[in-house]
Design a protein around this ligand. Structure first.
Ligand SMILES: [Ca+2]
Length: 386
């Protein structure tokens, strides 16, 4: 998310009706002759949320948990569309800087029996501090016990932006945490390439044994120089990443500086280039040939938008043509794209052009996908066109 985009979002809020321009999803020759369409349908009727940033289904039910930037989490009953406050930690949060606030939520994989919930947020002060904390919910799982907070990890943020902040459990049961490069512009302190800081990196922790956490012994820097928590690095501001539920592969969108937005497939120990490269292009130096840097699978320039929002590999049933496609978007332009993850090199296709500020995608237990409109607060389901 970027400030300039937020302003344009405000301007467009006058248009209350969301006009969706459905664009034909062109298929590669030979795959199909049809030109199917994909549309958005409001998931909760007219209900809107205050700057929604993330949405997850509870592991043991179909209810949705919608994360609002200022610090609330609303539990929405899927059938009755009734929303109740699951958590409100707004008094602990500094959501003043544009990219700060309640940024992440992860249910423990065994939430139904242990009721453990993890939140990620920024707290006040100079500097801003990123905090990942563990809580417990009540027995029925419908209210977070806010006094149960236990800090897992905290990290100073030298500048107000690029806080990353997503947390998710991998298929390996470990907790992954994404942090940006610390902010400002151009990574002035070189955090992206510095493996002795947790900034500009994706971390992987074991939160099931000692407190507050241990580091898996097969993390890349476990027994060599560098922070043992790091799983991958060279990131500028990872803004939404996900595990392919079929393959376990980790797909991560990294927000660019002024020119290139990128989608990466993350491998353990990988260096994703920032701030030597922005996307596939030299950034810090004119010469940037370095075989150790991993280029993105897909990128787009700022002709197409200004800030990438990562999505999911589609594994639902309702839109067969997207099967195995990675679906992502741009926060500013509202464009949704996708590419077939089986195809190399990736061929990015435009799926939809929307008038929304997409802050996140969400994936239901059944694999269907949703977008969250940060600007006007609506939540929409991707459906086959009629
Ligand atoms: Ca990169």
């Amino acid at each position: 998310m970027k400030l300039s985009c937020r302003h344009s979002a405000r301007n467009s809020t006058v248009k209350f009706t969301i006009r969706l321009i459905v664009v034909t999803l062109w298929l590669n020759a030979g795959l199909a002759t049809a030109t199917p369409q994909i549309e958005l349908v409001a998931e909760f009727g007219n209900r809107t949320f205050a700057k929604p940033l993330a949405m997850y289904q509870a592991p043991d039910s179909r209810d949705w948990f919608v994360v609002e930037q200022a610090g609330r989490i609303l539990r929405v009953n899927t059938d009755k569309k009734v929303a109740r406050v699951f958590a409100d930690i707004s008094t602990r949060i500094d959501s003043e800087p544009n990219e700060a606030g309640l940024l992440g939520l992860a249910f423990h994989p065994r939430f139904s029996s242990n009721r453990r919930v993890f939140l990620s947020y920024t707290a006040g002060g100079d500097p801003l501090i990123s905090i990942v904390a563990e809580y417990r919910s009540n027995k029925t799982g419908d209210r977070l016990e806010a006094d149960s907070e236990r800090i897992v990890l905290q990290l100073d943020q030298p500048f107000g932006n690029h806080n990353g902040g997503q947390i998710s459990f991998g298929t390996d049961g470990y907790l992954y945490i994404g942090f940006g490069d610390g902010g400002a512009a151009g990574d002035p302190r070189g955090n992206g390439q510095n493996t002795n800081t947790l900034l500009g990196a994706l971390l992987r922790l074991d939160v099931d044994h000692e407190k507050p956490y241990t580091v898996p012994a097969d993390n890349p820097f476990y027994s060599r120089d560098g922070r043992a928590e790091i799983y991958a690095y060279g990131l500028r501001n990872p803004w939404r990443w996900s595990f392919d539920r079929k393959t376990g592969e980790l797909w991560l969108a990294d927000v660019g500086q002024n020119k290139w937005e990128e989608i990466n497939r993350i491998s353990k120990g990988g260096n994703y280039g920032w701030n030597i490269r922005e996307g596939r292009h030299c950034f810090r130096d004119r010469q940037c040939s370095n075989k150790k840097l991993i280029d993105p699978i897909a990128e787009y320039s700022h002709d197409q938008g200004c800030s990438v929002t990562g999505g999911y590999v589609y594994r639902g049933k309702k839109i067969p043509l997207l099967a195995g496609w990675y679906v992502f978007a741009d926060y500013c332009s509202g464009t949704i794209w996708g590419f077939d993850t089986q195809q190399t090199p990736a061929q990015v296709m435009q799926i939809l052009k929307t008038e929304t500020n997409i802050s996140s995608f969400a994936e239901a237990h059944d694999g269907e996908l949703f977008i969250l409109d940060h600007g006007k607060g609506g939540i929409f389901r991707l459906v086959p066109g009629r």
